[in-house]
Design a binder for this molecule. Structure first.
Ligand SMILES: [Fe+2]
Length: 280
């Protein structure tokens, strides 16, 4: 994994301490560097040089504590796409401004839209794209476009996308950043376990003993609680698996950087297996 922070020059020792400790009870992720303590809202990590930046931030949902992740993609025309934005404070805005102009704000799933208004406020020139379903969750939200299977002309050269069908409780559009071979998901794969930072005991219990996904990449529990049409879902998932991705960035959990396609296919074994049985 490559780390480079925008706006700060970190020493090797500093870099080793990134993600070093967290205090989810106070909703603050703390990064200890030689220059002092930074909160996660300042931590914009350059993941793929000049192409992809990441920002993790703590969330509290359903009585559980864990982290979520914003992904920033720089398109080949130099403009930025904010995927699943976190709350954008003034300091983070300055860091993003240092990368490039924000042209697109993307709410990629119907569970990933809460901070879109915050991003719109900081970047009023940007266009907003939402996954179908977000308009019901946030009726007051202004947006420009619905996301679907066809990427808009503005990012067609860089990104492929699939609106995943056949789900019951949760909707999501998957993205493939072609230049870096990166699959960018929200909840279709969660990869949480003993090495994951910021996980509270409640989530650990559910993931370990109920959903059997502790240290095992799987779709979010909301997917596992019921597929509406596994065959339709499988068609969507097979389209994603046809992309030539080598790593996975997801909203929750540890990044997948080796055996990416095999891990994702295994994570989706249930809907994929059901569909292949049906089609035999
Ligand atoms: Fe999520």
């Amino acid at each position: 994994m490559r780390f480079r922070r925008s706006g700060l020059n970190l020493t090797s020792a500093d870099k080793l301490q990134i993600h070093s400790r967290s205090d989810v009870r106070t909703r603050r992720h703390i990064i200890q560097t030689r220059r002092g303590v930074l909160t996660v809202s300042q931590a914009l990590i350059e993941y793929i040089p000049n192409q992809i930046w990441l920002n993790q931030y703590p969330v509290h949902f359903g009585g559980m504590d864990f982290y979520s992740r914003m992904t920033i993609i720089r398109l080949s025309n130099g403009s930025l796409l904010l995927h699943s934005p976190c709350n954008i404070d003034a300091q983070l805005k300055r860091a993003i401004d240092g990368i490039g102009p924000v042209a697109h704000i993307v709410a990629p799933g119907n569970f990933h839209h809460l901070h879109v208004a915050s991003a719109q406020k900081r970047f009023p020139e940007a266009q907003t794209h939402i996954c179908p379903g977000v308009e019901h969750k946030q009726p007051e939200l202004d947006f420009d476009w619905f996301l679907g299977d066809r990427p808009p002309e503005s990012w067609r050269d860089d990104i492929e996308q699939v609106l995943v069908r056949g789900t019951r409780f949760i909707w999501e559009v998957a993205f493939f950043h072609k230049p870096s071979g990166t699959l960018v998901l929200t909840d279709l794969v969660e990869n949480i376990g003993g090495r994951t930072e910021g996980v509270g005991w409640g989530l650990k219990f559910w993931f370990k003993f109920v959903f059997r996904m502790w240290n095992k990449a799987k779709p979010a529990p909301e997917y596992q609680m019921g597929w509406k049409d596994k065959r339709a879902a499988a068609r969507s998932l097979e389209r994603i698996l046809a992309w030539d991705f080598v790593r996975v960035v997801m909203a929750h959990g540890d990044l997948v950087e080796t055996n990416a396609k095999a891990i994702v296919r295994d994570a989706w074994r249930s809907p994929l297996g059901f569909a292949s049985d049906e089609m035999d």
